[in-house]
Design a protein around this ligand. Structure first.
Ligand SMILES: [Zn+2]
Ligand SMILES: [Zn+2]
Length: 243
């Protein structure tokens, strides 16, 4: 974890590119070279889960991908800024594991545009929780950092401890969809006493892979009374079937 002094220096130093050390004009920007490598998500994408679609006609009747049509997620809409690929992985990994916490402000800014409508209708912003053991080891929850940044940028209230992870789950990437759902069943619950009665809650995370975690969080928020749950992430895997 950074000391107060290094955090202070970060705010005094000229802003650097989100992906490398090159200087840029303002926080939350990529240098020209890194910008060219980033893949921002643009239409067409699934109306519901936000997964990029290969072409406009690939969506079904309701504008949704096949997966959402067959089994609609517990959240209403999910949106993300970047495709999670070799280029954006470096940004996210440095933010997550290499103490580049100052990137939270820049990454949160990238999320404003794809999350515009979701942020506008949100009553409350809530991060995807980390298990306490993982939090101790990593010192900070990257989703909570993004949530408080987005809350400051938009004036929307946030509840950083709304959800809790009851058990440490195995890495989900190598499990089948059914396996992931079984692993997460009951793992994420609302904090005791937390209610979101009739509220529209916006769930925040750094990366959406298959959507299983977001779905488990949405179920917990719905159990706490939320009328609607949306999801906003910095990046998402473009083809969850390959994840
Ligand atoms: Zn750069
Ligand atoms: Zn979908």
């Amino acid at each position: 974890m950074k000391t107060f002094l290094t955090q202070l220096l970060d705010t005094l130093l000229p802003p650097s590119c989100l992906a490398c050390d090159a200087q840029v004009a303002a926080d939350g920007q990529f240098c020209a070279a890194c910008f060219r490598r980033m893949n921002f998500i643009s239409a067409p994408f699934c109306e519901s889960c936000g997964v990029p679609l290969p072409f406009a006609g690939a969506a079904g009747e309701g504008g949704c991908c096949q997966r959402c049509e067959i089994s609609p997620p517990a959240f209403t809409q999910a949106r993300a800024a970047l495709r999670y690929d070799a280029a954006s992985r470096g940004v996210i990994t440095a933010f997550k594991y290499a103490d580049r916490t100052e990137a939270a402000r820049g990454i949160a800014q990238l999320m404003l545009r794809p999350g515009r409508e979701l942020l506008a209708r949100a009553d409350l912003l809530v991060p995807v929780p980390l298990h306490p053991a993982r939090l101790r080891w990593r010192c900070y929850n990257q989703a909570a950092l993004l949530t408080s940044r987005l809350s400051r940028l938009t004036g929307r209230p946030c509840a950083l401890d709304a959800l809790r992870r009851e058990k440490a789950t195995a890495p989900l990437e190598r499990l089948s969809r059914a396996g992931r759902e079984a692993e997460l069943a009951g793992a994420i619950v609302p904090r005791q006493g937390f209610t979101a009665t009739n509220q529209t809650v916006l769930l925040i995370d750094d990366v959406m892979t298959t959507g299983t975690t977001a779905n488990a969080c949405a179920l917990a928020l719905r159990a706490a009374g939320a009328a609607r749950v949306d999801v906003l992430t910095a990046a998402r895997v473009a083809d969850p079937s390959l994840a």
